[in-house]
Design a protein around this ligand. Sequence first.
Ligand code: ADP
Ligand code: 5GP
Length: 217
Amino acid sequence: MANPVSNISGHVLPRRGLMFILSSPSGTGKTTIAKKLLADDDNLALSVSATTRPMRKGEVDGRDYHFIDRAHFDAMVADDAFLEWAEVFGNCYGTPRGAVSDGLEAGRDYLFDVDWQGAQQLSQRAREDVVSVFLLPPSIAELEGRLRGRGTDNDAVIEGRMARARDEISHWDGYDYIVINDDLDACFERVRTILQAERLTRKRQTGLIEFTRELMR
Ligand code: ADP
Ligand code: 5GP
């Protein structure tokens, strides 16, 4: 569906891909929004993180995460195999370098579901390629309701996530965009609009020099 930038008459100009970061306090709806975006957009690929946390019901190894043990994770850190990594809720999470740089060059966009530490590191290392979006819940009560409603975590884990929520929220000012996830469809539309607008920035439309030269000939 969506592709490198096309204008009304169907011209497709080469462009550089972008690194689209979605973060939120756990339970806000980031995974839900990420799945909708990926289903909606052929040019967007998920950067699948590696994690040492146990697999949840319904998750698939290699699709949701690469589930690895701590020794494997530490070996990848030692090999500099991560673009960034962080410890979250006592487990390690990391973004493998993988094919991201080649893909960006070819105009492919990547979605990163990372916490504020990942967003900060990726923004520092690849500022020009990064577009970061922070989702906020409409209220703390609603956040807790969503965590309980998801049914994937026990009470102790939910308490841990709620205890961290305020700390996560305090990092809101490190992001390019802030969207409140109240109504799911409205939130999705806003996030999709951000992605589409960022694709049109001049710096990403690498084909413009040729295109405009031709127009001016
Ligand atoms: P996160 O990835 O941020 O931890 P999830 O995407 O797993 O959060 O969402 C947490 C729960 O909240 C899920 O059960 C999801 O269906 C629900 N949810 C997500 N967005 C909304 C929304 N706008 N309104 C109500 N429930 C939502
Ligand atoms: P969960 O265990 O709920 O899947 O994820 C917990 C937190 O870890 C979320 O905030 C998620 O965004 C973050 N996370 C997932 N993958 C990565 C990663 O590769 N790097 C960083 N920094 N955070 C990650």
